[in-house]
Design a protein around this ligand. Structure first.
Ligand code: SAM
Length: 225
């Protein structure tokens, strides 16, 4: 094993109480924090009373800064990686960096902590013994192919979605899997206006079409058969 260590630190998905004691200690101990958005993470660190240098790391510079980060780690730095919310690398930057660390024989540790899909799944009332995490569906190219591939999926499926596309996605899922397929939508998890709605895909599409959807969404859909 070479040099330092990369530690992936999950951060709250809404409620600031959802940060572990270990996450706070690690953020206080590392040499620097690699952050998706330094303003967002700056506010969190300020709330925790921690001051650290930041290394910006987001979808647009990920490839570019990778080498520098690997070099710092190889020289012995201990760096934390955080995203704007939840667990880094889960529908967020992180995978490329972890893969590069594994390749360079640099130690990687991931702290357990907040992520949106686990509470959404467990809360859905759908089977959670076997499931598939699908993240965001492709917006245009590949969307129909992905939906038809999933038509026969027997495990519970989990999707992330934004407020602008939630109604369209629920109605596309309803068309692809049938209007009577059971599903659950979790909105604004851990926040003041948290909502968990269960029902058929068509009923959920109608529910969120009735008034302008706000916030962040996780959709869980029961498997086929
Ligand atoms: N890394 C994050 C995680 O571990 O869950 C996910 C980041 S991804 C860019 C953002 C998406 O996660 C949102 O569009 C939404 O689908 C989901 N999400 C994040 N926070 C949420 C919350 N509080 N309630 C519901 N969904 C949430």
């Amino acid at each position: 094993m070479a040099g330092g260590k990369l530690i992936l630190v999950p951060t709250p998905i809404g409620n600031l109480e959802d940060i572990t004691l270990r996450a706070i200690r690690v953020l206080g101990e590392v040499d620097a924090v690699i952050a998706e958005d330094t303003r967002v993470s700056g506010r969190l660190l300020q709330h925790l009373g921690i001051s650290k240098p930041f290394i910006p790391f987001h979808a647009h510079n990920e490839h570019h800064v990778l080498e520098n980060i690997i070099a710092r780690l190889a020289q012995g730095s201990t760096l934390a990686l955080v995203s704007d919310a939840g667990t880094p690398a889960i529908s967020d930057p992180g995978f490329l960096l972890v893969r590069a660390c594994v390749k360079a024989d640099i130690k990687v540790e991931t702290l357990p902590g907040p992520t949106a899909f686990v509470p959404a799944l467990v809360n859905s009332g759908l089977p959670c013994d076997r499931f598939t995490f699908e993240g965001f569906l492709p917006v245009k190219k590949g969307r129909q192919t992905r939906l038809s591939e999933l038509k026969t999926e027997t495990r519970t499926m989990i999707f992330y979605e934004s407020p602008h596309r939630i109604v369209r996605t629920l109605s596309d899922l309803s068309t692809a899997f049938g209007p009577d397929r059971q599903a659950s939508v979790s909105r604004e998890l851990t926040k003041v206006f948290e909502e968990n709605a269960q029902g058929t895909l068509s009923a959920l599409a109608a529910h969120f079409n009735a008034k302008e959807p706000k916030g962040e969404f996780v959709i869980c859909v029961g498997g086929a058969g």
